[in-house]
Design a protein around this ligand. Structure first.
Ligand code: G1P
Ligand code: ZN
Length: 544
């Protein structure tokens, strides 16, 4: 096997964002683009000779071509073994599970998560390290630095490997193992959850639920777990065949993009439970009969009831949420007498806390929830948590949520996204507000007193790494919050995210529509930022 050294030129735009490198498919199709990033990663790791890694993706357009490129570079860089998901499919949580189970050195996950796919859509790649989690900032930054100075990469000449059957191939010293990640993942779920309890609920003739895989990666996992192992009727599952363009949809499980599931769940005779997952299987949306569970509430409710789940019976070590996620989780941590950490947006910041044994359950407002069973967020895990709670408590989704609000109060919460706005305008809005933060501190806005106005920074309690500029926070005396930050996952223009939170302890006011409950904060945010005026938009692109 002859190793070829290919001369290349650095690309200036390979700095990984919130979750890996995401670009248009057409960018990844440029000659050497992917090769450069993969070689930069290998270099940043100090070489990968003798290492074992996994690779797979969410099945989106360009997945298969990219996999073959990575296999060839792996062979040329001296990797000993590469495990490839059958047909190139590997969900993000399953990748994390596989790394940990087989003690691999890492994995490449090919996904742009919930971003649309197809030739005009998005593609992405991220590297997870030996703990199963996304590479921390110090590594992603090193990858970027390597990419800026890259002049060559190493590859081999070899025809494409057949990925549609379980098999083992050898390419020189490299062993390529095509494996089925579904069973490994399903076994991990069976260790955490009482499948008899959940299966009993799913098989009840008067219980019905829908899981929407959105033509993305979780289809095969959902069939194995819900239908084969738990005995649910096959028609409980929707859109379970992974497609390169996600069936033309936007694989983002929220009220806007999972519209078909939402229509079923908000119909007059709706199933008791509905859920969806995203492109790479790490996000989740939870619905009840005519009821939406806010993701910030979801993680808090799972944590508060975790003693009812087999895998968490012995108690929780700590909890964590990303900064913009509502403080509902903090109230649970206080009640349980454990820590609640507040981290920057992005799953990579939970890794150290999880590895240090200081954290059991964590989540983000962006439909991400998980625990220390892997080092990624995990959509199907969250769905199984909810089914477990419904079965154990013999309650509906709505009643479980209401019970929680009665005990802890309700954290009204909403996120407004302004997508694809002019990058200069978006940065201008954030910079302008950042400059005024000091003067806002201690002042009055509308009728509310501002107790804190800052740009969030995070000092990792485990390794002391400092991460700055993670979002502007305006915190009021009544603990309401307005947060504004720029997305780190978009691929065109800039996306501004505004987050609103207000705590309501009065049971009689808990059933308002969140947009109504948060109206004052929404209006104050416009006064503060002038987003509508400056962008010419009359409303956000997505409200969740
Ligand atoms: C978004 C979410 C963030 C999540 C990330 C990856 O990042 O806000 O919570 O971890 O996607 O799924 P953003 O685009 O806001 O940088
Ligand atoms: Zn995702």
């Amino acid at each position: 096997m002859q190793i070829k050294t290919i001369t290349t030129k650095p690309f200036a735009d390979q700095r990984p964002g919130t979750s890996g490198l995401r670009k248009k498919v057409t960018v990844f199709q440029e000659p050497h683009y992917l090769e450069n990033f993969v070689q930069a990663t290998f270099n940043a790791l100090g070489g990968v000779e003798g290492q074992q890694i996994a690779v797979g993706g969410d099945g989106r357009f360009h997945n298969l071509e990219a996999l073959q490129i990575i296999i060839r570079l792996a062979a040329a860089n001296g990797i000993k073994k590469i495990m490839v998901g059958l047909s190139g499919i590997l969900s993000t949580p399953a990748a994390s599970c596989i790394i940990r189970k087989y003690r691999l050195d890492g994995a490449f996950i090919l996904s742009a998560s919930h971003n649309p796919g197809g030739p005009e859509g998005d593609f992405g790649i991220k590297f997870n390290t030996a703990n199963g989690g996304p590479a921390p900032e110090k590594i992603t930054e090193k990858i970027y630095q390597e990419s800026l100075g890259l002049t060559s990469y190493r590859t081999i000449d070899h025809p494409d490997i057949e990925l549609d059957q379980i098999a083992v191939f050898t390419l020189g010293d490299l062993q390529v193992e095509v494996f089925d990640p579904v069973s490994d993942y399903a076994e991990l779920m069976a260790e955490i959850f009482d499948f008899d309890l959940i299966g009993g609920l799913l098989r009840k003739p008067d219980f019905s639920f829908r899981f929407d895989a959105m033509h993305a990666v979780t289809g095969p996992y959902a069939e194995e777990i819900f239908v084969k192992r738990l005995g649910a009727p096959a028609d409980s599952l929707l859109n379970c065949t992974p497609k390169a363009d996600f069936g033309g949809g936007h694989p983002d499980p929220n009220l806007k993009y999972a519209a078909k599931l939402v229509a079923v769940m908000f119909a007059a005779k709706a199933p008791a439970f509905g859920a969806a997952s995203d492109g790479d299987g790490d996000r989740n949306m939870i619905l009840g009969d005519n009821f939406f569970v806010n993701p910030s509430d979801s993680v808090a409710i799972i944590a508060a009831n975790a003693h009812l789940i087999k895998g968490y019976k012995t108690g929780l070590k700590g909890l964590a949420r990303s900064m913009p996620t509502s403080c509902a989780l903090d109230a649970v941590a206080k009640d349980l007498g454990i820590d609640c950490f507040e981290t920057p947006t992005g799953w990579k910041f939970f890794g150290n806390l999880l590895d240090a044994g200081r954290l059991s359950i964590c989540g983000e407002e962006s439909f991400g929830t998980s625990s220390d069973h892997v080092r990624e967020k995990d959509g199907l895990w969250a769905v199984l948590c909810w089914l477990n709670l419904m079965a154990a408590k013999k309650m509906s989704v709505k009643d479980i949520v209401n019970e929680h609000w009665q005990k802890f109060g309700r954290n009204f919460y909403s996120r407004h996204d302004y997508e694809e706005i002019d990058s200069e305008i978006a940065h201008g809005i954030v910079d302008n507000l950042r400059r005024r933060l000091k003067s806002l501190q201690g002042g009055i806005l509308g009728s509310l007193k501002i107790t804190r106005a800052d740009d969030f920074s995070y000092l990792d309690p485990v390794d002391g790494a400092l991460t700055q500029n993670q979002g502007l926070r305006i915190i009021f005396k009544n603990r309401s919050r307005i947060i504004i930050r720029l997305s780190g996952t978009g691929t065109s223009g800039a996306t501004l995210r505004l987050y609103f939170e207000k705590i309501e302890k009065n049971p009689r006011k808990m059933n308002q529509d969140p947009q109504t409950a948060l109206r004052q904060l929404i209006e104050l945010a416009e006064i503060l930022t002038g987003i509508k005026k400056l962008t010419g938009r009359t409303q956000p692109t997505v409200i969740t």
